[in-house]
Design a protein around this ligand. Sequence first.
Ligand code: KIV
Length: 261
Amino acid sequence: MKITVSSLKEKKLSKDKITMLTAYDFAYSQIIDSCGIDIILVGDSLGMVFCGYENTLPVTLDQMIYHTKAVVNGRTNSLVVIDLPFLTYHVSIERSIENAGRAIKESGAEIVKLEGGVTMAKTIKAIVDASIPVMGHIGLTPQSIHQMGGFKVQKERDKLLSDAKAVEDAGASAIVLECIPESIAKEITDSLTIPTIGIGAGKYCDGQVLVINDLIGVFDRFTPKFVKKYTNIKANIQNAVNDYINEVKSGKFPDDQHTFK
Ligand code: KIV
């Protein structure tokens, strides 16, 4: 069944855990959609795991739209979320609505995600008022990496609670909680009517999200504590490529089966 923005609140009410994974292209989108994932997030993490940047700051809206179009082409039932990249929703409310509108119109995604709590409440409300659903993102917000002094667990309980409440009151449909202690994530989850989706926020959130490249073991520049690697695709790819190199060099490939006579 197609997951829509309204399915998210229903899932929270029925205590059906929400599953979300990132994808950045058609093939991965098709694979994870076929497994029945609820939400595919085209995260600006693509800057790090797809492009190899140090952080997410250089990612542009055009890059986000390009990758999201490919993901939308690969999905059937999952809800597709597009991240608004750094500085596309900070300059003015008008520019934020324009950029959120471009993200949705040009990519085919159904909801935008943006980082920030109390300070972003007015922007979230304006985007929602323009009929564009928003997913919030608080706690460790990678676009503020320099201000936060690195990728660190965020532990200020009162700030986190007021950020979460501000995002809900502004009209967001769901909220990502990144890198916060489990007990605070539980308090936030219990106090909100919109679903919380955790990454490094413990088991009490209404859903979980991971970066696909982390989960399948193709990104190993660094591995945060919250990442569980479910397989080691990097080793599989290396084995296949080594076999190919050896077979080409030894003349075993191409054999008759793979040759036109
Ligand atoms: O960009 C991203 O992939 C994200 C997730 C880590 C939540 O924001």
